[in-house]
Design a protein around this ligand. Structure first.
Ligand SMILES: Cc1cc2nc3c(=O)[nH]c(=O)nc-3n(C[C@H](O)[C@H](O)[C@H](O)COP(=O)(O)OP(=O)(O)OC[C@H]3O[C@@H](n4cnc5c(N)ncnc54)[C@H](O)[C@@H]3O)c2cc1C
Length: 381
């Protein structure tokens, strides 16, 4: 049998590509996943993710507008499940730092994001300590993504539409020169006319050319119960938030309580020690201490107790821009990688982009087709 399309990787990017390839009329599609869908070893697990419009670059602001208005609503309608839970959104940091670029990109785009002065910020977001020098954005497009339900629902509807989900099957070798393409797994050989490679942290194991382009870092997420009336920490009440500090790796973010005890908080780490994919994704108690220190300094509520930690991987490019492009000189192979810790919110759109590139050679997404965008996402930069 020759597949219309094979997708390597069953994280959010691969599943969204699968979903769109079926929507676009591919009949025989297989997704190969080395573990089980929903496993805890890659980048897409955990209960929740942030979505927002505020971004450092106008390209992403425009893509976010599209995904919020078209793709998340489509996915919710097709799955019959609520996936986005609106909640307030606060993004802040010392004026003159990264936050300045965020403000410029998003305010120019006329999106529903407001630059508020510190006095207003203290009133609207009384849970945070702001300094008089902070620049604060109130992003009313923010929501908490029910990440686990998104993954499960995507897998469910794709199977219902006839896709083959090949779980616990590892791709060990690619022969891209053959027509049809040959994908060798630990169980046999799959033949396909088109191939999407969305292998997350394992991308450069499959495509060693990417070793220099991609780095993989560990992330440690902490869940903390704070002192105060429990209701105020729930989604809809408590904001999703991002603190953009000065310098590299000095961004922290967090989400309301959702599906876990405690609010979620993490440091966004895109450089530094490379994660070892074979030794799991554990990091040290120091990371939890770091999160405690952040909470003590920037939150008005004190910590009641530490609930638990979660570990996850980022696959980063140097600029933190995604890589979405054809494999060199192959119009039937597309790579989606390097989502640099911010890929979940855009996945329903990037899945469409990857599927359309493979099926139609170009996309119906003007925000992606613009020259400035294609430059950002291309294979060779
Ligand atoms: C702690 C944390 C918090 C985050 N918060 C946010 C957020 O708030 N908002 C946001 O937008 N984004 C967020 N992100 C980023 C987002 O979750 C990732 O960008 C996204 O999950 C990447 O998905 P992926 O499908 O590329 O990778 P993965 O989920 O890792 O999927 C790749 C899959 O490919 C499979 N695979 C690899 N090699 C092979 C092979 N040879 N054979 C078969 N299968 C293979 C792997 O097993 C894996 O399942 C966060 C990430 C982390 C880690």
């Amino acid at each position: 049998m020759i597949y219309d399309m094979v997708i390597i990787g069953g994280g959010i990017k691969g599943l969204c590509t699968l979903y769109h390839s079926l929507r676009l009329g591919c009949r025989s599609v297989a997704l190969v996943e080395q573990f089980q869908i929903g496993h805890q070893k890659g980048s897409s697990h955990g209960q929740s993710r942030i979505t927002r419009s505020s971004y450092v670059s106008p390209v992403y602001v425009r893509l976010m507008h599209r995904v919020h208005n078209e793709e998340w609503p489509r996915l919710e309608a097709d799955t019959g499940v609520r996936l986005l839970h609106p909640t307030p959104g606060c993004i802040w940091g010392p004026a003159g730092g990264q936050i300045q670029k965020y403000a410029k990109s998003v305010l120019q785009a006329g999106i529903s994001v407001e630059h508020i002065d510190v006095r207003t910020a203290r009133r609207r977001f009384p849970m945070f300590h702001f300094t008089n020098d902070d620049l604060v954005l109130d992003d009313t497009t923010c929501a908490l993504i029910d990440a686990q339900t998104t993954i499960k629902s995507l897998a469910r509807i794709c199977v219902e539409k006839g896709a083959d989900l090949l779980e616990n099957e590892t791709v060990v070798e690619l022969n891209l020169k053959r027509d049809p393409i040959q994908v060798r797994t630990n169980r046999g050989v799959l033949m396909t006319n088109r191939l999407a490679i969305t292998a997350g942290p394992w991308s450069s194991q499959l495509l060693p050319e990417l070793f220099r382009r991609l780095s993989v870092t560990n992330q440690c997420v902490g869940y903390f119960e704070l002192v105060g009336e429990p209701n105020q920490f729930q989604v809809g009440q408590f904001p999703v938030w991002i603190y953009l500090g000065l310098g590299k790796n000095n961004t922290f973010y967090g989400l309301p309580q959702f599906g876990h005890e405690g609010i979620k908080i993490a440091r966004h780490v895109t450089t530094g020690q490379t994660a070892n994919l074979d030794s799991g994704t554990r990091s040290s108690d120091l990371a939890i201490l770091d999160l405690r220190q952040f909470l003590n300094r920037y939150f008005q509520h004190s910590i009641q107790r530490f609930c638990q930690a979660e570990y996850c991987l980022y696959t980063n490019t140097e600029t933190e821009d995604y890589l979405i492009d054809f494999y060199p000189e192959k119009s039937n192979v597309v790579v989606g990688a390097g989502f640099s810790g911010h890929g979940f919110k855009l996945a329903p759109l990037t899945g469409k982009i990857i599927a359309e590139l493979l099926i139609c050679q170009k996309t119906t997404v003007p925000e992606f087709e613009a020259k400035s965008s294609r430059e950002i996402f291309k294979w060779v930069r």
